[in-house]
Design a protein around this ligand. Structure first.
Ligand code: GTP
Ligand code: MG
Length: 323
């Protein structure tokens, strides 16, 4: 029998009895990683006494070796933060070198602005070796998960992008795990599931395209805004944990409709609110320009310059524009 490396389950955590384990599992805390980044309040909320909650989290952190680092170590880590190339030097530069791990990057913009194309391209590019802007190391392929909520994923496009990079298209497609999320609960359950798939399969990129469509359809209108945002926040929180714990990049997309007929505040504001408003990450606005050109702008990122970048969507995928 082949011993498969599987994540340690909460039931194996020292000091956790069967009834506590059941509560944790019910609430989605199925792995040590999930517990290590939980807050005591989250565990108290599911009926675990505070002191037990604190003990569980402490033990989980020890098992994962989460510890203080010196400022120098933080500096080195920041400098060595891994990045995935978008395929366009202009866009990479705007993002401070590419799409970062341990971060949620949100691309928002109107239909056809290139959100899904960037998701496809990143799913291919993550598989490149580090020297070429990917995250594959020591012959170990970095893989991607593509959570599709709108049914717009196209394997043909992946194949085409892979060929253009001189990669084996079949191999590239083998390394992208695709799933269609049928509703918002399913979408959230998928992310829970990822806490075991991501480490097992060396997944370094998680795409959710689009992160908002189900939430908007199921919780329409202003009267449902509070519930919708609460659910979305929980979802983003889980995605942020995945990124942080497994050193993976997370890309989410968010369609923004241009509605010149309606004035409620900032016309560039994403319908359904700024999804990343309360979550750490980078927000990138995409706009259509002439022909296959698109303009990207980073918003609300104090560490990145207020600048724009022009990129193109070509037959081969995301590239710098010619000329
Ligand atoms: P919504 O999901 O509708 O909000 O749009 P989006 O922002 O995801 O747009 P998407 O990334 O799907 O961009 C669509 C655009 O990419 C199209 O208008 C085309 O210009 C371009 N595109 C898509 N597929 C191809 C392709 O196979 N070849 C080329 N050359 N361009 C493509
Ligand atoms: Mg799309």
């Amino acid at each position: 029998m082949e011993a498969e490396r599987k994540p340690i389950s909460v039931a194996e955590l020292p000091g956790v009895g069967p009834s506590t384990a059941a509560k944790l599992i019910d609430a989605g805390f199925t792995t040590i990683e999930a517990l290590a980044v939980a807050t005591p309040e989250e565990l108290v909320a599911i009926g675990i006494p505070l002191t037990t909650a604190q003990k569980i989290i402490k033990t989980a952190r020890q098992m994962l070796d989460i510890r203080f680092r010196t400022a120098k170590e933080v500096k080195l880590e920041r400098m060595n933060l891994k990045k995935i190339t978008t395929g366009s030097k202009n866009l990479d530069e705007l993002l401070g070198g590419g799409i970062e791990t341990k971060t949620i990057t949100e691309f928002f913009g109107e239909f056809g602005s290139g959100k899904s194309q960037i998701c496809h391209q990143a799913s291919v590019n993550v598989q490149l070796p580090v020297e070429q802007g990917g995250l594959s190391e020591d012959g170990k392929p970095a893989k991607a998960v593509y959570v599709d909520t709108e049914g717009t994923f196209r394997w043909e496009r992946i194949e085409q992008m892979a060929k253009c990079l001189g990669l084996d298209p079949d191999q590239v497609m083998d390394n992208i795990y695709y799933i269609r999320a049928v509703n918002s609960d399913h979408q959230m359950a998928i992310v829970e599931e990822l806490f075991s798939l991501v480490p097992k399969e060396n997944i370094k990129l998680i795409v959710v395209d689009s992160v908002t469509s189900h939430f908007r359809a199921e919780y329409p209108g202003r009267e449902n805004l509070a519930v919708r945002q609460q659910k979305l926040n929980k979802h983003l929180h889980q995605l942020g944990k995945l990124a942080e714990v497994y050193d993976a990049a997370v890309i989410i997309t968010n369609q923004v409709m241009a509605r010149p007929d309606v004035f409620y505040g900032d016309p560039t504001q994403a319908v359904g609110g700024h999804v990343l408003y309360h979550a750490p990450g980078i927000r990138v606005q995409l706009k259509k320009a002439r022909g296959n050109k698109r303009i990207a702008r980073v918003v609300d990122a104090p560490h990145l310059p207020e600048a724009e970048a022009v990129f193109a969507i070509t037959e081969c995928g995301i590239r710098d524009p010619e000329e």
